[in-house]
Design a binder for this molecule. Structure first.
Ligand SMILES: Cc1ncc(COP(=O)(O)O)c(C=O)c1O
Length: 464
């Protein structure tokens, strides 16, 4: 066994077996082999327990996904019933199943734009891959084969497959993977705190970065660009809430050049930003939309892409010529996933979870911004039940810590030691609790965070 594979866990333990058998996604593998895993064992509502009996409050809804909370009996029942009745069926070759059809109907009724057709997948990554393929397929169908490029943004996160990983604008997802692929372009991240030049107002910042986008479009040729893709609030890129007027200016520009808007609502969708969709919160009228995560509250994997009818219509003839519409997954429209997602959306409606999230979101934002004065905090930012606190070396100048110090990771470790699950994105600590969280639990999250932040400060002072 090489030194790097030295097993730090007791022989025979689940931790030791993890270190022996798994390739962990999105993990520092070197650190993992030094520290070993944390084994999650059970969860209920907004709380989770590890196999050592430690209890955590969920500050991150898993990976931004367990919207309705853990252990919802109604969803467990629906899954079991559907498995007994029809555990699998396909949508290939014109076969169908009731849960998928009803879920598509439900989703269309919820869309904040003119929705035509719903395509099902299993992950945010495959949804965004599908988006790219549908753009290419559509522009071929209408005789504009040169209109194919997609503009994404630096620090955007859209997944990890070859195409969606190319849309992602974060270096670790490209480096050594030979990404991005040709035809995917990146424009500025709308983060005023990090991106503004000296003395620039927010409005000037917006004008400058939208000007950069315009230059990119003109340099590439608008006739070569199919679509622009954006998360209403960037999640994994650090919870970047766009400045006022940003999406208005972007949409105006895209409309002038006949470029579609792909709205990636994988995190923002279904109540997260204080409205049904991030599009509503930020006044976006998308051409198409990607959804996943909260669509099923992560009880089972499911993603959806919604496109307008005008995009679907030319697909009919084109697929007829080829002999099939050659895109789809074995599990597109899996009846159990669809039945669970449908009931999840119904429960959200019956329990008025979007309104609840909007209301609790006010206390959440107040507590989050309450950290703005802390000496380690450069910026607090957020909307609805989504937020981040960015730690900096110099509060006055905003100078970041040396990434090698891993201050964000240290603070996340202190949060966990205090029984709070959050996620460090560089030196920003992200918060995205289940939407069912109550005011007392919001206080619990930020009280624990306050302790962890002070411990981080003590550690930094001690290490000079
Ligand atoms: C906005 C956004 N799009 C796409 C994805 C990719 O989703 P998945 O991990 O299900 O492939 C994510 C994942 O976090 C995301 O946040």
């Amino acid at each position: 066994m090489s030194e790097a594979l030295h097993n730090v866990a007791p022989p025979g333990s689940i931790e030791a077996k993890d270190l022996e058998h798994l390739l962990h996604p999105v993990t520092n593998l070197q650190m993992h082999h030094e520290k070993g895993p944390v084994v999650h064992q059970r969860a209920e509502g907004a709380y989770l327990w590890d196999n050592k009996g430690n209890k955590y409050i969920e500050g991150m809804a898993g990976l931004w996904c367990t919207a309705i909370g853990y252990g919802e009996e109604e969803l467990i029942e629906v899954a079991a019933k559907q498995m007994r009745e029809l555990s699998y069926s396909q949508l290939f070759g014109g076969k169908t199943n009731e849960p998928s059809v009803l879920l598509a109907e439900k989703l269309k009724s919820m869309m904040p734009f003119d929705a035509g057709r719903v395509f099902f997948g299993l992950s945010g990554s495959d949804a965004n891959d599908t988006q790219i393929k549908l753009m290419w397929y559509y522009f071929n169908a209408i005789g504009k084969p040169e209109k194919k490029k997609i503009i994404s943004r630096t620090r955007g996160y859209h997944g990890v497959t070859v195409a969606s990983g190319s849309l992602t604008g974060l270096p670790p997802f490209h480096k050594h993977f030979d990404l991005p692929i040709p035809g995917i372009l990146h424009t500025d991240c709308p983060h005023y705190y990090r991106g503004a030049v000296d003395g620039e107002s927010e409005a000037e910042f917006v004008a400058r970065i939208v000007g950069n986008l315009e230059r990119l479009i003109l340099d590439e040729g608008p006739e070569t660009i199919a679509a622009f893709i954006a998360e209403p609030v960037m999640g994994a890129g650090g919870v970047v809430v766009p400045p006022d007027g940003y999406f208005d200016a972007v949409q105006k520009l895209l409309a002038e050049h006949d470029i579609f808007f792909i709205d990636d609502e994988v995190i923002c969708g279904f109540g997260r930003t204080g409205n049904d969709f991030g599009a509503t919160t930020f006044g976006i009228t998308p051409t198409t939309m990607s959804m996943a995560k909260a669509i099923s509250s992560a009880y089972l994997p499911l993603s959806a892409v919604v496109i307008p009818e005008f995009m679907y219509e030319p697909f009919i003839e084109q697929s007829g010529e080829v002999g099939t519409f050659g895109h789809g997954f074995t599990y597109s429209g899996h009846p159990v996933c669809a039945a669970v997602a449908l009931r999840n959306l119904e429960l959200m409606e019956e329990r008025q979870i979007f309104a609840h999230a909007a209301s609790v979101g006010e206390s959440f934002q107040a507590r989050l911004h309450g950290f703005a004065d802390h000496p380690l905090v450069g910026e607090t930012r957020g909307v609805g039940l989504l937020g981040a606190i960015e730690l900096v070396a110099n509060k006055a100048s905003g100078q970041a810590f040396d990434p090698k110090q891993a201050v964000g990771a240290y603070c996340m470790g202190r949060c966990e030691a205090n029984g709070l699950l959050v996620r460090s994105l560089g030196d920003s600590l992200a918060f995205c609790p289940p939407l069912i969280i109550n005011e007392t639990q919001v206080d619990e999250i930020f009280d624990k965070f306050g302790t962890a932040l002070n411990e981080t400060e003590t550690w930094l002072n001690a290490s000079g």
